[in-house]
Design a protein around this ligand. Structure first.
Ligand SMILES: Cc1cc2nc3c(=O)[nH]c(=O)nc-3n(C[C@H](O)[C@H](O)[C@H](O)COP(=O)(O)O)c2cc1C
Length: 401
């Protein structure tokens, strides 16, 4: 296949043709995202990116920072007059908070005389691991990059991937399934609505939940956690409609699309579990209850009446909607901190506190959409690759016959 290259699995390298990288610190001047491999001629507007960035910033349970920032993408390269050129697309997202942090994060110069390094790691965050790995004595050097602020850059990348996929008839949506033990009773496929409508409904909910009764319980759980100085996690679902069959492959472990999706979703900070289709539930059921029977109709070809597999069999898309869920642990920064150790004095103290969210599951769902979009766009290009949108569309149409 032209353009095929040996790649490192994950780490921002697509298996097919897309490559993406992010840079930037949480309180630095800006985040930068680079996406290489998007075909020429894909329509892209300022709003396509900014709308997604705004969706990531919402959600009941977010901390004070979301009120300071209104993320806006500045496209520096790869787009001209509303169309991609085929060159690497580079996006900058400025940090409004930079001026307040400049003194502490200057690339050159010296720490101010009154500066006090962060020396108490938070259990559950990257602080101690970053200290052990990189030898940082000021945990600020860990926090700044490990912070989920970085996911804004991923959402910008995902917005571009989504726009490309939309041109091919692929739509991606997400919603929150549970927060703490408050769970929604929603089978998103049985709603029979388009992905845009799923997102519109979810976006109207403060917790991005499609079940009003569960929504109220979720809000109550977040309020209760906040009142206790605590935090909560939850589960979100990402669904992709119109996904062409044949993406991914079973011929080698790292080509399986289920594995690639899981890696992408597990790379979201705080995500600790991924399910495809029925996921863990399938382990408690009989095969006859789990597997989607195969039917045939003239003009339609083979089809399924159920989608318990989540649109993937053998690591390959089977033409049914793709359905993945991700479980997010509770936010590690607690207003009522857990016990930790001061790395300088070695004394037992309470963990460092930083302005923080109580729950970020609704936001993580938007990041999940972005990661699924990037993996799918990459897999589409691997199978239907072309240098222009027209070429990709031709290849896709030829496959559909
Ligand atoms: C959208 C989003 C927002 C987050 N906000 C916070 C936060 O405000 N405070 C915090 O301590 N962790 C937050 N997290 C989770 C941490 O970034 C994450 O737990 C940490 O990087 C350690 O990684 P790990 O949990 O995957 O081990 C957030 C995660 C996401 C996806």
């Amino acid at each position: 296949m032209s353009g095929q290259r040996w790649t490192i699995s994950g780490g921002g390298w697509g298996m097919g043709r897309l490559r993406w990288l992010t840079a930037g610190e949480s309180h630095g001047p800006a985040l930068i995202a680079i996406l290489e491999g998007v075909p020429a001629g894909v329509p892209l507007s300022q709003d396509d990116i900014d709308r997604e960035l705004a969706r990531r910033q919402r959600g009941y349970g977010r901390g004070g920072r979301m009120k300071i920032e209104r993320d806006r993408a500045e496209v520096l390269a790869g787009v001209r007059w509303g169309r991609t050129t085929g060159a690497p697309i580079t996006v900058k997202i400025g940090n409004r908070d930079w001026e307040n942090w400049r003194r502490l994060l200057e690339p050159f110069g010296k720490p101010p005389p009154d500066y006090r390094p962060v020396t108490v790691p938070r259990p559950g965050h990257a602080d101690l691991a970053g200290h052990l790995k990189y030898g940082h004595r000021d945990l600020r050097d860990v926090i700044e990059r490990a912070s989920a602020r970085e996911t804004a850059a991923r959402v910008a990348l995902g917005a571009m991937a989504k726009r490309f996929l939309r041109e091919l008839g692929v739509g991606i949506a997400s919603h929150v399934v549970s927060i703490h033990t408050a769970a929604a009773e929603v089978d998103v496929l049985s709603l029979g609505i388009a992905p845009e409508e799923i997102n519109a409904r979810a976006d109207r909910s403060p917790v991005r939940c499609l079940d009003p009764a569960a929504e109220a319980q979720m809000v109550a759980r977040i309020d209760a956690a906040r009142a206790e100085g605590d935090t909560v996690g939850g589960v979100f679902e990402v669904v992709a409609f119109g996904v062409p069959p044949g993406l991914g492959s079973y011929i080698q472990w790292d080509r399986r699309l289920d594995g690639r999706l899981a890696q992408a979703l597990l790379s979201i900070p705080g995500v600790k579990g991924v399910e495809i289709g029925l996921g863990f539930q399938a382990a408690e059921m009989y095969g006859s209850e789990v597997h989607d029977e195969i039917f045939y109709a003239e003009g339609r070809g083979t089809y399924r009446e159920t989608d318990r597999a989540g649109g993937l069999e053998g690591g390959v898309t089977n033409g049914e909607p793709l359905r993945v869920r991700a479980a997010m642990k509770p936010i590690p920064t607690l207003a009522k901190p857990l016990r930790s150790v001061d790395l300088v004095t070695k004394e037992e103290v309470l963990a460092h506190r930083e302005r923080s969210d109580v729950c970020a599951v609704p936001a993580a769902a938007i990041v999940g959409e972005a990661m699924v979009a990037l993996v799918l766009a990459d897999a589409v290009l691997e199978r239907f690759g072309g240098d222009s949108l027209e070429a990709v569309k031709r290849n896709l149409a030829a496959d559909r016959g």
